[in-house]
Write a protein that binds this ligand. Structure first.
Ligand SMILES: [Zn+2]
Length: 267
């Protein structure tokens, strides 16, 4: 069996990626690398400095980009030393913070830079990529990066699910604010329709789980991520689809539906 370097898991938000990622991690001894965690990690590195420095200070309005990295590093360095944070991590965190904290659209250039740093830190191997690439520009960057590092993408796995089903499932989702337990008003109702079975606390709906926000995420997938997947396929990366919805949803059923498609390709 050829050694598996990396697998890309993709799909609409709410399609059910995590159980499939768990199967791949377990079967091939991989580690999950999520864009969400990458961002949290670098943003955290910058925040940990407690430097009081605003990212905007290093933004050059004329060029529409940040000033030179060396200038940012020089100012962050004393804080990094005190906090025990690598300067490069803090610089990446500061750049990401300029967009994330202001609720601005994060440019591909930033997402790529953070991804590259995290990917290189892991040696570019043994990973399930989750939430990346999300645009064609990110997909191109990833192909170039793996080529430069002498590593590869072995497979793209798409978890397929219908829009209406995702909306229905997500809109009905409720979460216990205390223990994080997830409920659904129809399929897994909380006690008396609104209390956590474990804590008795009233469950809440996440602000991201409104129909309008879900439809926006679904539209983004169709417009931006679908072309990214297409680009990877055209580059010759093997591609499989697995259903996000199963007649019977057990660990074993998920495992079979994933490995039935993946093992013929990866062994
Ligand atoms: Zn609870």
């Amino acid at each position: 069996m050829a050694k598996v370097d990396n697998i890309v898991v993709t799909g609409k938000s709410g399609a059910g990626k995590q159980p499939r990622i768990d199967v791949l991690v377990d079967r091939y001894g991989l580690e999950q690398l999520s864009t969400g965690n990458i961002f949290r990690s670098y943003l955290g590195a910058f925040k940990k400095l407690d430097s009081g420095l605003a990212p905007e200070k290093f933004w050059d309005e004329a060029s529409g980009w940040f000033v030179d990295d060396s200038a940012i590093s020089a100012e962050l360095e004393p804080f990094c030393e005190k906090a025990g944070v690598p300067v490069d991590d803090a610089v990446l965190g500061l750049k990401a913070a300029r967009f994330v904290d202001a609720g601005l659209f994060v440019p591909d250039r930033i997402t790529n830079a953070l991804f590259e740093a995290a990917f290189r830190a892991k040696g570019g191997r043994g990973l399930v990529l989750d939430g990346y690439p999300r645009t064609a520009a990110q997909a191109e960057f990833l192909l170039q990066l793996t080529q430069d590092m002498g590593t590869k993408l072995d497979l793209v796995l798409l978890v397929d699910n219908e829009d209406d089903l995702i909306v229905q499932r997500t809109v009905g989702r409720r979460i216990c604010p205390k223990c994080g337990r997830v409920y659904h008003v129809e399929y897994k109702p909380p006690k008396d329709g609104k209390y956590c079975h474990d804590c008795g606390v009233e469950v809440i709906q996440r602000s991201d789980d409104t129909e309008e926000k879900i439809r926006t995420r679904l539209r983004e997938f169709a417009e931006k991520t679908a072309p990214a997947i297409e680009l990877l396929r055209k580059a010759g990366i093997p591609y499989v689809e697995v259903p996000g919805n199963l007649p019977v949803f057990t660990d074993e059923a998920v495992r079979e539906s994933v490995l039935g498609k993946v093992e013929p390709i990866l062994g």
